[in-house]
Design a protein around this ligand. Structure first.
Ligand code: UDP
Ligand code: MG
Length: 132
């Protein structure tokens, strides 16, 4: 069964959208097989977002991701990597259509509620990074 790494960002917790988002994952028929709430630090964010460290918005992204706890989970299902990306909607809130998590709840590109691995290869790396 395919696995992906999902992380509910600090805004999802502050806005009390955790239950709503988990409902969507469960309603889709995916299984949440591991879940934990924890705080991120700069070191792990530089690793996790290594493709973005040179972007002008990187300091803002790090501040946001450390502004409160996150919820990391392993989600399993057939083609779950692409399936979760579809449930999430695209990165930029303005491109995310209603019916997706970001389309329904995000109005900011940085504070876009949820992370999901973008490939099976990266899912394996991210699961190892956050769950060991
Ligand atoms: N991000 C941002 N500004 C941008 C692009 C990305 O603040 O112009 C943030 C946003 O929180 C996004 C994260 O950086 O979710 C990681 O970016 P990526 O391109 O990997 O998007 P994702 O895979 O999360 O859709
Ligand atoms: Mg990404």
């Amino acid at each position: 069964m395919e696995k992906t790494y999902i992380m509910l960002k600090p805004d999802a917790i502050k806005r009390r959208l955790v239950g709503n988002i988990i409902n969507r994952i469960e309603n889709k028929g995916y299984n949440i097989t591991k879940m934990k709430m924890f705080n991120l630090n700069e070191e792990i964010l530089k690793e996790h977002y290594s493709h973005l460290v040179d972007k002008p918005f990187f300091p803002e992204l790090v501040d946001f991701m450390m502004s409160g706890p996150v919820i990391g989970m392993i989600v399993e299902g057939d083609d779950v990597v692409v399936g979760m990306r579809n449930l999430m909607g695209p990165t930029k809130w303005i491109e995310a259509t209603p019916g997706t998590i970001r389309g329904d709840f995000a109005n900011n590109t940085t504070e876009n509620l949820i992370h999901g691995s973008d490939s099976v290869e990266n899912a394996i790396i991210e699961i190892k990074r956050f769950f060991g």
